[in-house]
Design a protein around this ligand. Sequence first.
Ligand SMILES: Nc1nc2c(c(=O)[nH]1)N[C@H]1C(S)=C(S)[C@@H](COP(=O)(O)O)O[C@H]1N2
Ligand SMILES: [Mo]
Length: 232
Amino acid sequence: MMTTRLPPGQVALEGFPRFGAHAGGRPPRVPEHPAIAVTGDPVSPFSVPLSDLAGLPRREVTADLHCVSGWSAIDLSWEGVGFDDFYRGVIEPALNPGTAPTHLVFGGLDGFRSIVCLDDALAGTVLLAERLDGAPLGGDHGAPVRLVSPDQYGFVSVKHLSLIEVHESEPAGVYHHVQRIQMVLRLVRPHRRARVWQEERHRYLPSWLTGPVYRALVVGRHPAIRPHLPRD
Ligand SMILES: Nc1nc2c(c(=O)[nH]1)N[C@H]1C(S)=C(S)[C@@H](COP(=O)(O)O)O[C@H]1N2
Ligand SMILES: [Mo]
């Protein structure tokens, strides 16, 4: 029998729904030659073709994905390149001398953005994932490549990754191109660290307040899914 321990306030789902903040929109079109653009003050902007990832060591991570709204998908097998290897091998050598990055902004082809502390991004479990459960990532789960940060809430794990901004302090502002989502994000501003085991969901709102609201909204949006209680 499978045993799972879930972080506080999470409920496991059967399968792996598309949790994203895209509210039913279609996955973005993948360019013919996908690449990750690296920008920000500490670097001269450059672009990394995804084909370059083949030159870095492969890594597999089996992990659960925890949406901040309280749902978890369990036992996902990701495969790709360790983000620490990518950072040390590709970004660090391109830093201007004397710069000291502290934060990264990850961006997706659909305009989704997430701000992450560099130390959290360099945790050994963070992956640039190209494969899920033995197959290339599909559009629903972030083709052609996504970030996977298993110890942080799902909003950190940017799908369709196409941009990494390097910053020397925490960037201000809320990162989303859709105005409606911007307003919601401002209210429920993500926690700086977003660690699931510490239940760091939001910066200002406590989980006891957001939990029931999320449950109501997400249950409504995923009617076909039968949640079950976490098994210890
Ligand atoms: N590009 C992009 N990445 C994203 C999102 C999104 O809407 N767009 N949603 C985030 C959120 S809130 C969660 S919980 C996870 C969900 O991953 P899934 O859609 O593969 O289930 O993706 C994250 N990454
Ligand atoms: Mo989420």
